[in-house]
Design a protein. Sequence first.
Length: 163
Amino acid sequence: MSPHAYADQSIETMTAIHFTISEVKPEEHDQLLDIWESSVRATHHFLKEENILFFKQTIHEHKYFEMVELACVKDTNDQILGFLGTNADSLEMLFVHADAIGKGVGKALLSYALNTLKVTKVDVNEQNTQAVGFYLHHGFKTVSRSELDGTGKPFPILHMELG
C-alpha cells in the first residue's frame, strides 16, 4: 500500500491538518491499542472499566490486529492519529485517538476504506450513537441487529451496509 496524502481543516481551529494514510507495521500494534483505548474511553460511555480492560486484553491476547488488513492516519510528525482494520469488504474496526476526533481523521479513514479497499459493510455498537450517526451520514443503512456482541456480551450490534 502506498501512502495517501490528505489535508483536512479543523472547524474549531480553522487550521489545516495534514496527514497521510499508510500501512501499519507490526511494531506499531502497541500504539494502536493505546489509540483504541483512548477512542473507546471517549466514545463508548456505555462500557464499564472492567469491560474496557476485558476488551483490551482480548485484543492483545487474540492478536486481533494480525487478523485484519490495517491502515493508519499519521500526522506530519509521524504520529498515528487513528486506524482501521478490514477483512474483505467489511470494516472490522475504525478508531481515532480522542484528541483527533472531529478533525477529519475518521472521515479520511472511511473514505480510504470505501474508495480504495471497497468496503461495503460495518458492524457498530448500537449504544455508540456517535459512530452510528457517522456511518448513517456516510451512506450506511442498518440491515440487521444482534442482541449480543461477538464475545457474547450484552452490547447490541448493528450490522450496516452501504445503501
